[in-house]
Each structure stands twice: as structure tokens, then as C-alpha cells.
Write a protein that binds this ligand. Sequence first.
Ligand code: NAD
Length: 348
Amino acid sequence: MESMGLADFYKGKKVFLTGHTGFKGTWLVNILKFFGSQITGYALEPPTKPSLFEIAETSEKIRSIYGDIRDFSSLLTAMQTSEPEIVIHLAAQPIVRESYKNPKETFETNVMGTVNVLEALRKTPSVKSFVNVTTDKVYKNKEWLWGYRETEELCGLDPYSNSKSCSELVTYSYKKSFFENGSDLRISTARSGNVIGGGDFAPDRIIPDCIRYAREKGEIIVRNPFSIRPYQHVLECLYGYLLLAKKQFENKDFEGSYNFGPESKDCISTGQLVDIFCKSWGGNLKWKKFNEENAPHEASFLKLDNSKAKSLLGWFPKWSIETAVKKVVEWERGCSIEKQIEEFFLGV
Ligand SMILES: NC(=O)c1ccc[n+]([C@@H]2O[C@H](COP(=O)([O-])OP(=O)(O)OC[C@H]3O[C@@H](n4cnc5c(N)ncnc54)[C@H](O)[C@@H]3O)[C@@H](O)[C@H]2O)c1
């Protein structure tokens, strides 16, 4: 089983993560801990209160450093002193609506933050494999029905999406300019779908919103029920990042850009996702559409083509969207992330 190979590979490996205090970062730390890696994390303090990072007592599991990705010397020291073999870059301002409120900070964090990580990599020779996590929103959205392929034009519209397109371009430039000839470092970018999972407390994301309304016994308000998104469980894309980092570590031919999106049948509208959530939560929960005037632009139709990751890396989505939602509800009702990681990676 591929995931067993993954566990063997990561056992004892030194891994450096940026953004380890966030939603994906906390899940990733816990997977790597499960595999037995030596982990250093570099990020600002958890972005939400409460946070999964604190609930899952994650700081005790790793060398956790609080620092700003825009502070190059602090980042460099953190990376060099941990002598990692693998670096996964997650730190970002990741919310579209927040990027409309604070575009400058979003670009500084997401673009110059990536530049700083790449500069630090130039000065940290222990690193053999680097994955820059961007997003499904890096593509120029044409509102078409097909999934975007990795070769499609990069040009997000809103400041968040665009900053991530820029992060892709910066990575390309550094790779071609500094890591092409005679370098041991392998570099890739990873574009996942809209992730859901237990412990996401971010504002303006649909499943956290559903849970807040469900807990308050209110009616769920949905801003864009007809928007199609590549929804997936957070473990799906993290599995992809780890597999990619391993594959390129072992063989340079795997370097590149990869979509880690769900199967086409699981790319559903936000309204359908909320229907699945209401059914899974129980208790006659209902939702209604919120008609917002002058809403900031967000794409209506977004799908990723996952053929490349499937055929080259052997990565496959494991959980349907119904299972993914069920796992969120189970987490809310007390199932630990360790248990869900075990279920995902060992099938027990
Ligand atoms: N959640 C999703 O649906 C989704 C989808 C596609 C891509 N992504 C990408 O995945 C990554 C992680 O997203 P997330 O959902 O875990 O977000 P999150 O907000 O939960 O976590 C963001 C992390 O980045 C850190 N961070 C933010 N600004 C920083 C700065 N200036 N210096 C250092 N650290 C900083 C935060 O402290 C936190 O650890 C991001 O790069 C995001 O763009 C997320």
C-alpha cells in the first residue's frame, strides 16, 4: 500500500513546515508525528481562537517556532538550525474576503513570504525536497465546465488568488535560475481543492460557518449556494503533498506542478455541500440563501483535473465528499484527529 511506503519514508526524516499553527499545518504535523518524523514548524501564532493547533496540543509534538515569514533573518535561522531534508511551505494569508480588505498584507505574506522561503532554501544545503502549497485558485478562471489542468494559464483575479499565482511564478523563477544545474534540491508546487475537516475555525469558509450556525441552533446562511468547488477532506491533499515530496526526493523526474483535487463527481455546489452537512449533522437543520449586495467577486465554477497526480504519482482521492463531511461531524462530536489519520492512512 502506497501509504505504508510513505510512513516508512518519513520515519526519522527532518521536515520543516511553514504555517504549522494553521488548519492544514496542524493536521500535517499530526500525520508526520504518526509517521515518526522530526518536525520543525515556523509560523505566526494560531490564526483563530479556538484553534486546532491548541486543541490537539500540537506545540508539544514538535519544535515550534513563532515567527513571521516576512522576517527573512528569523526564517533563515529557524531553517538552518533545524537542517531539514524536506520543506513544505503552507504559511499564507489564505482567505479571499480578507484579501479584499488587506491586499497589501496578503501580497507581502504570500509573495514575499515565498521569496523568503526560496532564499532560505538557497542557503540551507540539507534540503532535498521542497513543496510550495498554492491553491486551486491560481488559474485564470474562465467559468468553464472542465477541470483546470496544470498547464493552464495562471492568473487569479482577487488579491488572494493572484498572490498565489505570483507565488507559483516566483517558485518557477527560483527553480530555473538557481536550482536547475547541479542542485540537489527538487522543487514542486501543489494545488489542492477547497478543503474541509475537523478543527477549521476560519471565518468565511462554508463548513466552519455551518458548524457555528448548527451549534447555535440557527438556520445556516449560505452566500453562494450555486458556486461549484472542488471540495475534499484535508487529509486528501496533505497525502498528496507528502507523496509528492517523497517522490521527488527519490527521483528528480517527479518535480513539477500538481493538482490534488477530488474526483469530478465530488465537485459539487456549495448548496449541495450544505445539504450533505445538514443530513450528516441531523436534527432537522436547514439553510437559506443570503442575498448580499455588492459582494466581492468570487468565481462561480471551479474544478481541478487530477489526472496528472493520479497517473504520475499514484495518488488517488480516498474519501467521497459524503465521507469527508461525515468525518467533520465525527470530529465535532469528539473523534480525535489521530484516530482519523489512522483511519485514512491505515484503513482501520
Ligand atoms: N483551506 C483551504 O481550503 C485551502 C485550499 C487551497 C489552498 N490552501 C492553502 O493551504 C495553506 C494553509 O491554509 P490553511 O487553511 O491551513 O490556513 P490557516 O489560516 O489555517 O493557516 C495559515 C498558517 O499560515 C501562518 N501565517 C500567516 N501569515 C503568516 C506570516 N506572515 N508569517 C508566518 N506565518 C504566517 C498562520 O500562522 C498559520 O499557521 C495556505 O497556503 C493556503 O493558501 C488552503
